[in-house]
Design a protein. Structure first.
Ligand code: 3HC
Length: 700
């Protein structure tokens, strides 16, 4: 390794960029916790360090490395709301590339956005095997703004660059090496190995990424690629623009391409979509900081039990096994036991066959799971999550059993979607230890977990739920008990309004197309078909005796179920399915028209705008009632639930963020216009009326 000299500093010790060695290989260290974002101070420090090194005759090569847990994770997102300040990142990065001495990036942690762009402009890159690379700007409604769209294709080729830039996907170091984004993986001491490489490069003309040629894509293939990106973006504007910028790299010299890129970056930076996506980014982090729980210590959870290994339970067990917990899966009978074990093995086998997991990792995960019949085997568990049949008596009886078996201090969680968790907790002698952990299907994939507290749940038990969810790498939202909690309660209104639209003149495929154009991955009727119509039917039948007789009720779904159409699994539901493809069905059109006749409604053409606006108003109104009733404490809790659990487009920022943008008076007018026809339950939320009257917003 290069002999390192006494550290010299380009400023005071609090400066975020330091020169730790100068001769013959200099070491520049960026130190700006938590993630070394390129704030103005970092940009200025980096530029002056490079200029200083360029001038120093003792220095023959340079390594750029970072202190702390990661390489540079990008531009400082918190600065995006302010006017850009010099020096700008593209200029700093161009200075790195233009450096007359070889520059090597030593990457650990994440090299994202501006951080990846710094690495791209270095003359070589060494990475730790655990490092990740990516240009995730599109996830913030942006395109890379410091040469990423122009340099990446010069290193990895057009197709790979379009894929990475338009999806924002990150790649691990091994894939980065295969793509040509990284030159070497370190086998131990990253900085020493980067300094060794820099030493080897002394006297060799630096290979500047910006000077490399890039092969153009065939015009037909290029436009097909952009069309594919547009389709997948579902209304988000940044991915297409990013792909188009990458294509320019084949035709334009670096600086011209970068000028076009910068123009687009600045334009998008002040766009509504980017503001919404930035809100989504910070809300996802803020949601875990629950007021009142800041100083509460969670209980230690290592051993987890999952009761019931149906679709939900098996996904939950896999989520815990993936996060390194010791998991015991319990079924009540031998036959259910075998089926559950097969289901879990199948989840892992599918991941191996799709290349997402190696068989060695699958075997390791499977070995962290054990299976038993009967609850007594759960005696040593710190946390038990039940995912048994959705029936109050079944759950209460299970909780009574668990109460008799578990050690004091164990946490008892239910995955119920609708039942009153307070009543389940009352079946035990320790209601303070009971909470809801409401996962979403497939539980090992979906990020959202509703952490449902009752009036009796102890703060440390809620904090434990949050800590566990974080370890599972989920996005937890704390809420109180109500029918459907946050997400399913709002979804119920969404579905009801969608059915009213059918009765008034729309068809399922029209409502679905409108909501897919809105940005949801699937419309409400296609989602129902995927989930299966029978479970909701059983619930409706259960609740029928208590339904308000004045409630506006559309019975098309009941009739579909009576006809044995339970959705995709039976080949027909709101659609019919041929080779897995959904097709509108005249039978359903007939049922919908009959429903209109029964209600004596003259069917009319309903525009896409009306469909979208009515459904959005229904969602916002119910969300506001949830806030009014203090089921959640903050608007961001609702927005996070809707974005992470139900596919509300993140580029709209969630329903309440979007409502602020549209104007609460406008939304209130829409709610008021519908309320008389839609009847009980559709009255405007008090909080919406109050805010609209005073000009207040959900987000100040
Ligand atoms: N700017 C400002 N703050 C940032 C940040 C950024 N780029 N990235 C992360 N942070 C903050 C987070 O808000 C969080 O703050 P908090 O503790 O106050 O909540 C803290 O850093 C830690 O972040 P995480 O909780 O997310 O920590 P993780 O370890 O889970 O994840 C990460 C680390 C993978 C780096 C993740 O934070 C991440 O993905 N960050 C965003 C990366 C990104 O989008 N970069 C592109 C920025 S745009 C850009 O670079 C434009 C350029 O092309 C010009």
């Amino acid at each position: 390794m290069t002999s390192s000299q006494t550290p010299t500093r380009s400023g005071e010790s609090s400066e975020p960029v330091r020169i730790l060695a100068t001769s013959p290989v200099a070491l520049i260290e960026i130190d700006n916790p938590p993630v070394n974002a390129t704030s103005q101070a970092v940009r200025a420090g980096l530029l002056s360090a490079i200029q200083e090194i360029d001038r120093n005759p003792q220095t023959e090569a340079v390594v750029i490395a970072c202190a702390g847990r990661t390489f540079v994770a990008g531009a400082d997102i918190r600065e995006f709301g302010q006017p850009p300040r010099e020096p700008h990142l593209p200029d700093v990065i161009n200075a790195i590339e233009a450096c007359l001495k070889p520059v090597v990036a030593a990457v650990h942690g994440s090299a994202l956005g501006g951080g990846c762009e710094i690495a791209l402009a270095c003359h070589a890159r060494v990475a730790e095997p655990g490092a990740t690379f990516g240009l995730p700007e599109v996830r913030l409604g942006l395109v890379p703004g410091a040469g990423g769209t122009q340099r990446l294709p010069r290193l990895v080729g057009m197709e790979a660059a379009i894929d990475l830039v338009s999806t924002g996907r990150t790649v691990k170091a091994a894939e980065a090496l295969r793509l040509g984004l990284v030159d070497r993986l370190s086998s131990g001491d990253l900085r020493a190995e980067a300094m060794d490489l820099a030493q080897e490069m002394i006297g060799v003309q630096p290979a500047r990424t910006g000077e490399r040629p890039v092969a153009a894509m065939d015009a037909h293939a290029a436009s097909a690629k952009v069309a594919e990106v547009r389709k997948k973006a579902r209304g988000a504007e940044a991915p297409c623009k990013a792909a188009e910028l990458v294509l320019l790299a084949a035709d334009l010299p670096l600086l011209e391409g970068m000028a076009r890129e910068r123009e687009t970056f600045l334009e998008l930076r002040s766009s509504e979509q980017s503001a919404a996506l930035r809100h989504a980014f910070f809300a996802e982090r803020e949601v875990t900081r629950v007021p009142g729980l800041e100083k509460v210590e969670p209980r230690s959870i290592q051993k987890v039990g999952v009761v019931g290994a149906g679709t939900m339970g098996s996904g939950i067990a896999v989520a815990f096994a993936d996060a390194g917990f010791d998991v015991k899966v319990v079924e009540t009978s031998e036959s259910a036991f075998a089926a559950g074990q097969a289901r879990i093995t199948d989840i892992y086998d599918k991941q191996v066959s799709s290349g997402r997991l190696t068989s060695a990792v699958r075997d390791e995960r499977l070995s962290s799971l054990s299976y038993e019949v009967g609850t007594p085997s759960l005696a040593d568990r710190d946390l038990v999550v039940e995912a048994v049949f959705e029936d109050m008596e079944v759950k209460r009886s299970l909780f009574r059993d668990l109460d008799g078996v578990l050690a004091p201090g164990a946490v008892l969680a239910t995955n119920t979607s609708y039942l009153d968790i307070g009543l389940i907790a009352d079946a035990t002698a320790r209601p303070a230890d009971v909470l809801g952990l409401h996962f979403f299907s497939p539980a090992n994939v979906m990020k959202l977990v509703e952490i449902v507290k009752t009036d009796a749940t102890a703060p440390e038990v809620i904090a434990t739920g949050l800590a566990v969810a974080k370890r599972l790498r989920k996005v937890p939202v704390v809420c109180r008990v109500c029918d459907g909690f946050v997400g399913n309660r709002i979804l119920a209104r969404y579905r009801q309004q969608a059915e009213y639209l059918l009765e008034e003149g729309a068809l399922p495929q029209e409502v679905d197309a409108a909501m897919e154009a809105f940005g949801f991955p699937m419309g409400p009727f296609a989602v129902s078909d995927l989930a299966g119509l029978d479970i909701a039917w059983a619930r409706r039948k259960r609740l029928a005796p208590t339904r308000d007789p004045h409630e506006r009720y559309v019975d098309v779904a009941d009739r579909l179920c009576e006809a044995g159409r339970f959705g995709r699994k039976t080949g027909a539901g709101w659609y019919r399915y041929t080779a897995g493809k959904r097709e509108p069905d005249p039978f359903v059109t007939g049922l919908v028209e009959e429903a209109s006749q029964r209600r004596k409604v003259l069917r009319r053409t309903i525009s896409v705008d009306e469909i979208q606006a009515r459904i959005r108003a229904a969602i916002v109104n119910e969300a506001c009632k949830i806030l009014d009733e203090r089921i959640v404490e903050r608007p961001l809790d609702v927005d996070v639930v809707m974005m992470h659990g139900y596919g509300y487009p993140a580029w709209r920022g969630g329903p309440l963020f979007e409502a602020d943008r549209i104007g609460l008076k406008v939304i209130l007018d829409q709610v008021n216009e519908r309320a008389p026809q839609d009847g009980p339950g559709w009255e405007p939320a008090a909080g919406l009326v109050r805010r609209a009257a005073s000009g207040a917003r959900f987000y100040p």
